[in-house]
Design a protein around this ligand. Structure first.
Ligand code: PMP
Length: 638
């Protein structure tokens, strides 16, 4: 049968290899072509790494006799405890293959990190045989032999692709072995493969977070045959028979070791997290182990967590209604406190109705998984909070991520996706950057394309807008977004989440949001505390004004001390970059009596670690100025 090679390469800009977004290649029958082309283009247009602006699709016809059929290499896995053990496994396999100069070969591996393709190395003389050292050799024109029923949109199967490539390389004339380590910082598994020993998968070849990677093809043969080997690798069409789609799972010798190794890797990469126990309420000052700290990490923006009226309301509610709510409201019923708080939030937000959730996280997960039905599309800002991301993941909708606050990108993506039912969702205030979403433009796009708009007001309620009513007040809008989500855990000093909007929306969510339906509702004390805190925000807008003034004072003081800082809210990020340096800076400030968190990957992108200061209405201006000076000193010495 005549077959076709199909290759797709997507990048941000034409011909720019550094902006590579996605690539794929397949060998297909004519009947499979159209569907696979569509799937590859779709993948390139909406890729997690970003969106391609330039897509190349190349289809070449192949005569049946031009295709070589080879068997997949058998696979085995070596569980390595760390990179050193992984490397030792490579050396021992090279030795098995009669290569006693493994150490010297591995020395050459560093040179491959900057190369696009693989190094072709004479296994004995260690001479490099690729004609172009920067480009290297690209093994291409290959696929797994498959039934016509293979789904076109099944996504990438990285494991099978690696086996296909390794099997082709191992079958190339005079290739004795291949060594490969991925340049994906999150992917530490690598392999060494040869025709005689098969594909040996090594679970750890580098530390988590390490962006280095490369590939060496080891050659042992006459020099005049090198072009033949390169031609096979780069031109010969190969279909690999029986290529497995996942490694055969062998139970690890000790399942607990899997977990402890993961934690060790996190420690090595500066990504380990631990929790400090605080002995006092979350107010402007806290005590830890008897020592006093200025609290610059709390979300209790208005300083209401230990406000006497809030505490009284919480304790009275506990005494009257008990410690817990007893179950899900749909089965156990509501307390009057639920109904009162929902009405109060609706009045505060100016909406028809409100529904409470146990946390803001659960609100986002519940709302988005309920709105994100199978035929829906969710458009989500790339910097949205993890709870929005998780809500998208739990939904069955198609999820399209747009560039941060980039309306041109959002509109282009809406046009390309041609959604039926859909939602545009955005943080109102972005939790790690403190900037405010361009809501008027988002709402205009939602209206233009018949979509719902949704905001997460976790860091907006009680913070932005003259009286702390959030993003609608901030922009002075006449209309509201369709779905307004918020949390009771920050300015409102309690715990819980909510969604406000039309009565129809709330009815729908009561019937469909699984995190509402299947979880015990908030306790009486939580409900009453939030209700009282909300009443205080309404009665005492001067608290909001003080918070906004404090933030201005803090930012001005940072700038006077030479630290670049800006924010539209009460979150002030001080970007440091390197994860370890950010952790070190936070530790030095901690030693100096300032409680401030270092925010690192995966909460923010790798290399954009930061100190994140959260300002409170109850800080004094002089302590904020003093803290800004201390932060500036630590940052300048990093
Ligand atoms: N959305 C955003 C933007 C947040 O920052 C947070 C809390 N970090 C949440 C939702 C989740 O809210 P909660 O803490 O109430 O679960």
């Amino acid at each position: 049968m005549t077959l076709f090679s199909m290759k797709m390469r997507a990048s941000r800009t034409e011909c720019d290899t550094t902006s590579h977004v996605s690539g794929a290649e397949k060998i297909l029958s004519e009947a499979e072509l159209a569907e696979n082309a569509g799937a590859l283009i779709g993948r390139a247009l909406h890729h997690a790494k970003g969106d391609a602006d330039y897509i190349q699709l190349k289809i070449e016809k192949a005569a049946p006799e031009a295709i070589a059929y080879i068997d997949a290499l058998p696979v085995r896995t070596v569980e390595a405890a760390d990179a050193a053990e992984g490397r030792a496994a490579i050396l021992s396999l090279l030795h098995e293959l009669g290569l006693s100069n493994g150490e010297a070969i591995m020395e050459k591996f560093h040179e491959t990190y900057a190369m696009r393709g693989a190094m072709l190395l004479d296994a004995d003389t260690l001479e490099r045989l690729e004609p172009d050292h920067a480009r290297g050799i690209r093994a291409t024109y290959m696929d797994a032999e498959h039934a016509p029923s293979r789904p076109a949109d099944g996504g990438k199967n990285h494991f099978q692709e690696a086996i296909v490539l390794a099997s082709k390389v191992a079958n190339a004339p005079h290739i004795v072995a291949e060594i490969c380590m991925s340049d994906d910082p999150d992917y530490v598994t690598g392999y060494v493969a040869s025709k005689t020993t098969g594909y040996m998968r090594i679970t750890k070849l580098k530390a988590l977070g390490d962006p280095d990677g490369g590939r060496i093809f080891l050659y042992r043969g006459p020099r005049e045959d090198v072009p033949k080997t390169i031609a096979y690798l780069e031109k010969q069409m190969v279909l690999v028979k029986n290529a497995p789609t996942s490694p055969t799972k062998q139970p690890p010798a000790d399942p607990w070791r899997v977990l402890s190794e993961n934690l060790e890797q996190r420690k090595a990469a500066g990504l380990y997290r631990s929790i400090t126990t605080i002995d006092s309420p979350q107010s402007a000052h806290v005590t830890v182990g008897g020592k006093n700290f200025l609290m610059l990490a709390s979300n209790s923006y208005l300083g209401l967590t230990d406000e006497p009226r809030v505490l009284r309301a919480a304790s009275e509610a506990a005494l009257r209604f008990g410690a817990g709510s007893g179950g899900s409201r749909l089965t156990t019923g509501s307390l009057p406190l639920h109904d009162e708080l929902e009405k109060a939030i609706s009045a505060f937000k100016g909406t028809e109705a409100t529904l409470l959730f146990d946390t803001g996280y659960m609100a986002n997960v519940g709302i988005l998984s309920a709105l994100g039905t199978k035929d829906a599309t969710i458009f989500s800002d790339e910097l949205n909070h993890a709870s929005i991301i998780d809500g998208c993941r739990l939904s069955r909708a198609r999820v399209v991520v747009y560039r941060h606050a980039d309306m041109a990108d959002l509109e282009a993506k809406i046009k390309a996706a041609r959604p039926g039912f859909g939602v545009i969702v955005t943080d109102a205030v972005f939790s790690m950057d403190g900037d405010v979403a361009p809501l008027p433009d988002i709402m205009a796009l939602a209206k233009k394309y018949g979509l719902l708009s949704m905001t997460d007001e976790a860091h907006a309620t009680g913070v932005i807008g003259k009286t702390g009513r959030g993003i609608v007040e901030y922009f002075g809008l006449k209309e509201q977004p369709d779905v307004m989500m918020g949390t009771l855990s920050k300015s409102l000093a309690s715990e819980g989440g909510f969604v406000s909007g039309r009565a129809l929306l709330i009815e729908y969510l009561k019937n469909t949001a699984r995190s509402f339906i299947f979880s015990t509702s908030q306790s009486p004390a939580n409900l009453a505390a939030a209700r009282e805190a909300l009443a205080i925000v309404e009665k005492e807008p001067e608290r909001v004004a003080r918070l906004q003034e404090n933030t201005r004072v803090f930012i001005a003081a940072l700038r006077e001390n030479g630290v670049h800082a800006k924010s539209d809210s009460a979150i002030v990020p001080i970007v440091i970059g390197n994860e370890r340096r950010a952790t070190e800076a936070a530790k030095r400030l901690y030693d100096d009596g300032i409680f401030l968190s270092a925010i690192r990957y995966p909460t923010v992108a790798k290399g954009s670690a930061r100190l994140r200061a959260a300002i409170m209405a109850t800080h004094t201006k002089s302590e904020l100025r003093e803290a800004a000076a201390k932060i500036a000193t630590v940052v300048s010495e990093q």
